[in-house]
Design a protein around this ligand. Sequence first.
Ligand SMILES: [Zn+2]
Length: 232
Amino acid sequence: MQNNTQEPMEPSNQFCPNSMCSARGQIGADNIIIHDRKRQRYRCKHCRKTFSQRRGTMFEGLRKPTELIVIVVTLLSYGCPLQAIVHAFGLDERTVASWRDRAGTHCQQVHQAVVETGQLDLVHVQVDEIRVKGCKMIPWMGLAMMVSTRLWLAGTVSLTRDSTLADCLMQQVRRCSQAMRALLVCTDGWAAYVRRVGVYEIPVRHGRGREPGPLGQELTRRGNSKATVACS
Ligand SMILES: [Zn+2]
């Protein structure tokens, strides 16, 4: 695949990434101009430094077309085998693996910068873990979702389903939540959560069968425990 199409350049959406510049990080300050359209580089009028259109993204330093990288990462995120991508696009296995790792790191940074900022009035969070089949291992993936918006708040992978996994998830949820808000956390009844979240009211319901709760049956078949916690 050849890089025939260039991404459109828009200086007003850019900011100077130079940490020594007085105008660093400011969007719409009119200090960024297009430096080189062919090489897709901008220039800051304050510090006169140039930077790539891909600066600060997972594409930084990569030579392959953006569309190809986006397609490959999308396929990986939907579970397409790495070997299938290697053969379909004629890519090196290590290249595909490094794009996967770059995408994961960048997504984590975006999540921390945008979601884990203590701004959300969560009210009700659903937490559960699933066993994931990997290469020569079966790890656990823990997930937490804000019920009203279906926003994924937290996700963590661990080789063991233990208190460390529960801690990691609940810490992520706390970083998303506004301070001093009452929070309802629904889990599958696993005691690790109950011990970790500072619960003062447990449990409302146990058992099998259909639950009237909105997300209970979507995330677990083992019945739900409900716990009210104070998030601070
Ligand atoms: Zn600058």
